[in-house]
Design a protein around this ligand. Structure first.
Ligand SMILES: [Zn+2]
Length: 329
């Protein structure tokens, strides 16, 4: 939840800016209006003065207090009427000088009058999470609602016990479970199997679902993941803000999705860093989804024992199989 704290701080700073800007703009409107119609400025001053006199009466009440109050109030009323007439004559909207907030519910404070977070605040958090997830372009279309189980064949497939469709029902169930119990589970997921079988799609569905629950998600292909780590470790002096942010996200985000593990150039550096990432995230109880085209045997052959034992002991393996959906007519 470190990331959400940061996001909330940024959003609050933005609200402050918005309020200041709105107040400033109202000031400018007032200044211009008073220059154009000086009588309005006089009325404004007179009303202020009369209001001060009115409150003075309450502080040290004279004998004829009631009469004086009535007189002052009458004067204020008359000035307001005069002002209203000027407004009407010049076609000025009634609320012309009031501060124009972007959100009328919370007046750009983020909180409604009953102390609850305003819907504009929630939207802003989710927008920020989407931006940081690196999935902005993909997420819109792909979610559990657009998932069509019927594209998976219901015919037996090779030696598998379940048909591809039955298998997808199972994967779907585990994935939805993963989302609904996200904060109460230590579950990690390993999606493995050939390309074009819906692994990335499923990652997107999960990310979509969780971001809407204000979970911070980072999606990276393993290729760009190691690129970020490499830039951070070997290019510290010239590291971009974006790279640093992404690097920190790898460890801090609530859910890390590593897509296409196995497509990176595997060497002792990537091996050590992968172990570090998986291990660090397990220690801090953050969840990870790994998606790979490699079989379990190939994973074992490619990565060190300490990595694969972490994966095999702490990730639920879900095998994707069937005919490649991308080439289906
Ligand atoms: Zn609001």
């Amino acid at each position: 939840m470190i990331i959400n704290k940061q996001i909330i701080e940024n959003i609050m700073t933005n609200y402050n800016k918005k309020r200041l800007r709105a107040a400033h703009e109202a000031d400018i409107r007032k200044k211009n209006l008073f220059e154009k119609i000086p009588r309005l400025s006089e009325i404004d001053k007179e009303i202020k003065l009369l209001s001060i006199n009115l409150s003075k009466l309450f502080l040290s009440p004279p004998e004829d207090m009631e009469e004086q109050i009535i007189k002052l109030r009458q004067n204020i009323e008359n000035l307001k009427k005069e002002r209203q007439l000027i407004y009407e004559k010049n076609n000025i909207p009634k609320d012309y000088l009031s501060i124009k907030y972007e959100c009328l519910n919370c007046e750009d404070t983020g909180y409604t009058s009953d102390g609850k977070r305003c819907s504009c605040f929630n939207k802003e958090i989710i927008k920020n999470l989407y931006n940081m997830s690196n999935m902005v372009h993909m997420l819109k279309k792909e979610n559990f609602n657009t998932f069509d189980i019927n594209v998976f064949s219901n015919e037996p497939y090779k030696n598998e016990k379940l048909t591809p469709r039955q298998n997808m029902y199972y994967i779907l169930e585990i994935s939805e479970d993963f989302c609904s119990n996200f904060h109460h589970t230590n579950m990690n997921l390993l999606f493995y199997g050939g390309t074009g079988l819906g692994k990335t799609f499923m990652c997107n569905c999960i990310a979509h679902e969780l971001i809407n629950k204000e979970v911070s998600v980072l999606y990276q292909t393993s290729f760009s993941l190691f690129e970020i780590v490499e830039n951070h470790k070997f290019n510290k002096l010239n590291e971009s803000q974006e790279n640093l942010m992404n690097y920190n996200m790898i460890f801090d985000c609530d859910l890390l999705i590593i897509d296409d593990l196995g497509t990176e150039v595997s060497n002792s550096f990537t091996n050590a860093e992968l172990f570090n990432i998986i291990n660090e995230r397990m220690i801090t109880e953050k969840k990870t989804i790994i998606s790979t085209n490699l079989s379990l045997e190939q994973l074992r052959d490619t990565y060190s024992d300490r990595i694969t034992s972490r994966i095999f002991n702490n990730f639920v393996p879900l095998k994707f199989y069937g005919k490649d959906l991308r080439f289906k007519s």
